[in-house]
Design a protein around this ligand. Structure first.
Ligand SMILES: [Zn+2]
Ligand SMILES: [Zn+2]
Length: 154
């Protein structure tokens, strides 16, 4: 399992491998030590049951989507289509635009879910069984505040 830890101090993204299971990592941005407590299920890529960073058991699932990739496809599609439009080939222009949007949709649909910790925003990628629900704003509000108070951010 790939684990992406968010540094509580500077928000840097720190990748960790679940099977290596280090007891602590040091942030490359600010040098802060972050203790990790990896459970068996996380270490073996079976399930995300307990967050190794904050100990929380509340997670949500979201699509592993890189917005930059999707945007690039649409922008390139729009540029090419604009070129054809300029030369009076409207139909080709519209087909390319529709094609780019469709490609975007296909790419988005094939992405796997990743699991995110509500409290500390640690991300989990792997073949483990997905159990987390979709994002809930109210839950996020409550749990984020609780965590930030605990680590002294508020
Ligand atoms: Zn940091
Ligand atoms: Zn967490």
């Amino acid at each position: 399992m790939q684990i992406l830890v968010r540094c509580p101090t500077c928000d840097a993204a720190l990748p960790v491998r679940g099977d290596e299971a280090p007891a602590a990592i040091a942030c490359g941005g600010c040098g802060r030590e972050i203790a990790l407590t990896l459970g068996d299920a996380v270490g073996a890529d079976r399930a995300v049951d307990r967050c190794p960073v904050c100990g929380g058991r509340d997670f949500y699932a979201r699509k592993d989507f890189n917005p930059k990739v999707g945007l690039t496809v649409v922008v390139i599609g729009a540029l090419v289509s604009g070129g054809f439009y300029w030369f009076g080939r409207d139909l080709i222009a519209y087909s390319i635009l529709a094609g780019a949007a469709l490609l975007d949709l296909v790419v988005y649909g094939r992405l796997k879910d990743l699991t995110v910790c509500y409290r500390c925003h640690t991300e989990f990628r792997g073949v483990y069984a997905r159990a987390a629900q979709a994002f809930d704003l109210h839950t996020a509000d409550v749990l984020e505040q609780e965590y930030e108070r605990r680590i002294g951010r508020r």
